[in-house]
Design a binder for this molecule. Structure first.
Ligand code: HAM
Length: 429
């Protein structure tokens, strides 16, 4: 039997990982400037955590989680990062240590969805969560942070959509309004939506089924049901976004697929069409009840996550893997240890080096050095070593010279440093 990667799960080989690293580095740097620190939580959590926080009648919990039992515990491979981070926040009583916490995370998430371009069963998210700030300043600041990150990454044609779900009271009123709207047309809804109607009519608004979409088109708008404080909050978010110059569309049909949200919701979508229906690059919102729901104090929270694979489709760029500065070519087995020592000494001085351990002909080694894009090939031959020197070939200029073996590491490291001053030492293959 041929063994292959699991369906919907991708290998990221080194040529591609270069772009991942650029994206991750830009994300870390961008959120660092906004005061965020990294949190790392386990990939496995109790199944109950996701059931309760994400909601029993969501697609994620009903159909997509990888859940299993081990040692008598019901476990789930995390489908998202918010619930686990909130669990950690409560478990470590972080609220007692600082009034506001800004956390970010990067890592794989798992959902058993039907694979398509931009939709995988293992995918990576970069996300942020802020605890302890009720907004609306925090909401607008976060949306601007995400929008400017996508701009920084060179992602074109991004549309910001915002909505407010109100707090619990509004949600209850909206639920009733939706029940009133959908119940008379129950038979026209998808099977999923008929089943979820009483428990969670909000989910119908999020359905992609054309039957549900038609029924949802005439549904009442939640924005008309917001009470005064929710309205003021949403107005505040919009006012700050205007001040920041962030362009956005108010979309009262935006409900998102997870049940924990309250008040502000937002998504950033690409309008280029490259990702088809997987055009949501970033999704987030406020979830002011989760910390309390997990047994913590009443601490408001807001966050977002972005799908790395989707951003990479939009990002462009053709970064190459880094070249070694030196390629060390020992021409006989007896010289292998000397080559190893030279390699080690160069690395101690901060130079990227590869030593050819295959043995064989100089020609093949030079070809390899060239293919790697090395600047220099250091050739260790019997004759040279007897004279206490090594041959150094400049692969671009096709010039060769000899330098003393005893000084070789120092001299070559100085050359690498000089080149990097000119920004040229980190060659690419
Ligand atoms: P979400 O909307 O489920 O929200 O996912 C956020 C982003 O993850 C999506 O916009 C998309 O880019 C990416 N994503 C989701 N599913 C897949 C998939 N199967 N394949 C590829 N990419 C995918 C959340 O996960 C919330 N935890 C966000 C949040 C944080 N809300 C508050 N804090």
């Amino acid at each position: 039997m041929e063994l292959r990667a699991v369906k919907g799960m991708n290998d990221i080989l080194p040529d591609e990982a270069v772009r991942w690293q650029r994206l991750e580095a830009a994300f870390r740097e961008h959120v660092r400037l906004h005061g965020y620190d990294e949190v790392r939580t386990p990939i496995l959590e109790s199944t109950a955590l996701f059931q309760r926080q994400i909601g029993e009648t969501t697609d994620v919990v009903e159909k997509e989680m990888y859940s299993f039992e081990r040692h008598g515990d019901a476990l789930t491979v995390r489908p998202e990062g918010t619930a686990g981070a909130a669990r950690a926040y409560v478990e470590h009583k972080v609220h007692a240590k600082e009034p506001v916490s800004r956390w970010y995370y990067l890592g794989p998430m798992f959902r058993g969805e039907r694979p398509a371009k931009g939709r995988y069963r293992q995918f990576y998210q970069a996300g942020c969560e802020v605890y302890g700030d009720p907004g609306p300043l925090a909401d607008a600041e976060m949306i601007e942070m995400v929008a400017s990150l996508l701009a920084r990454l060179g992602i074109p044609e991004v549309e910001v959509r915002v909505n407010s779900l109100g707090a619990s009271g509004t949600r209850e009123r909206y639920r009733n309004a939706l029940l009133g709207h959908f119940t008379p047309m129950r038979d026209k809804l998808s099977e999923d939506s008929q089943r979820r109607l009483e428990k969670n009519p909000l989910r119908i608004l999020d359905s992609k089924d054309p039957r549900d979409r038609e029924a949802a088109a005439t549904a009442p708008s939640i924005l008309e049901l917001l009470d005064e404080t929710d309205s003021a909050h949403f107005e505040g978010v919009k006012k700050h976004l205007d001040a920041l110059g962030v362009r956005y569309v108010v979309d009262p049909t935006l409900v998102r697929g997870l049940d924990y949200y309250t008040r502000t919701l937002f998504e950033l979508r690409t309008t280029t069409g490259d990702l088809g229906s997987q055009n949501t690059l970033v999704g987030g919102g406020r979830y002011d009840n989760m910390i309390e729901g997990l047994g913590g104090p009443k601490v408001p929270a807001i966050g977002f996550a972005m799908g790395i694979e989707r951003l990479l489709v939009m990002m462009g760029g053709d970064e190459k893997r880094e070249s070694p500065f030196c390629y060390v070519a020992p021409l006989s087995e007896e010289l292998a240890s000397r080559a190893l020592v030279l390699g080690r000494d160069l690395r101690r001085l901060g130079v990227r080096v590869e030593v050819d351990g295959r043995g064989g002909k100089l020609k093949a080694m030079l070809r390899r050095a060239d293919a790697l894009g090395a600047k220099l090939c250091v050739i260790l031959g019997e004759g040279e070593i007897e004279r206490g020197v090594v041959a150094v070939k400049d692969l671009a200029k096709h010039e060769q010279e000899e330098i003393a073996l005893a000084d070789a590491a120092k001299v070559l490291a100085e050359r690498a440093a000089k080149l990097s001053e000119g920004g040229d030492a980190r060659g690419a293959r």
